[in-house]
Design a binder for this molecule. Sequence first.
Ligand code: IPM
Ligand code: MG
Length: 368
Amino acid sequence: MALCERPTFFVYAKIKPMPAKIAVLPGDGIGPEVVEQAVRVLSACCPDLSYETALIGGAAYDATGSPLPLDTLALCKSSDAVLLGAVGGPKWDKIEPITLRPEVGGLLPLRKELGLFANVRPAKTFAPLASSSPVKNASSMDLVVMRELTGGIYFGQPRERRDGGSVAVDTCVYSVSEIKRIAKQAFAIAEKRRKKVCSVDKANVLETSRLWRETVIAIAKDYPSVELSHMLVDNCAMQLVRDPGQFDVILTENMFGDILSDEASMITGSLGMLPSASLSEGSFGLYEPIHGSAPDIAGQNKANPLATILSVAMMLRYSLNLGVLADMVEHAVSRTLESGLRTADIWSEGTELVGTKEMGDAVVRNLG
Ligand code: IPM
Ligand code: MG
């Protein structure tokens, strides 16, 4: 049986399964370099996939006047999964209106249009990197931040300036159905891990958080094997630094998840190591490193491609149903680190400094 067969429902469908199509959106800054290495790794372990590349972010704005061209959106909708590098950079930071900027006009509407409500951000300390963490007991950390991605203050209306610009308004809105669907994903992931969900909110102040907590408690009844706890977001920020090993799955809303996932990533030792998956109801997903476009080192073969390579592992697991290959990619990354190779962001005395491409070469070599 070919290693790269599609999920069983295709196999049983008595039609020749089409190779899965991956939309590749390199984006800005270091995006193209890290995506190039991730695609090499993906094609090395799964030669049957087909790829189509499209513009997003500042690169798309420069070429077409829109940070999310309709062609790009159409390509993503017709694909089985999307691989994204990063968007944004100082060149586009002053564009007005803000809806033409790479983040607000590119990435956010892409998430919304594709229905990617569940953002899965694993933060696990790789043993060879534990000493670069600023936190003492970082080696105990192995958690997943499950961040709601298409609601909350990022998308609530109204969002405007009033009184001639002297007053600004953002609105935080959550509905029971939005909270339910993300809570279900968090419990489902926890069932396969250490069976603990910590729901993080600000229920001592915010009405949306009170609805969040009530809804999560109701959903928890369907997952009796999972232990549910609640934590206020300020306490969670502190607890992550004090004892990161206490968390298994952190379930939280859009903006809290944005902040806590950056904090968790730094505890692992490097922002350059962490992958993410943004999932919709079915198997479709968008995969991207959680780091940004790092324009200061773009085009210099300095960026760490491992977060994007690990994002490809998540794609194999969640969208392509090829968990064995996902494990293979993750092991190849571990072996590469164990062999002492480091890009500049994770380099320390006694390890070997390599560039983006050489790191990609090593992972491909270690796949076997
Ligand atoms: C992230 C990023 C984005 C977010 C920005 C670039 C809009 O910080 O994916 O975490 O806030 O969601
Ligand atoms: Mg962020």
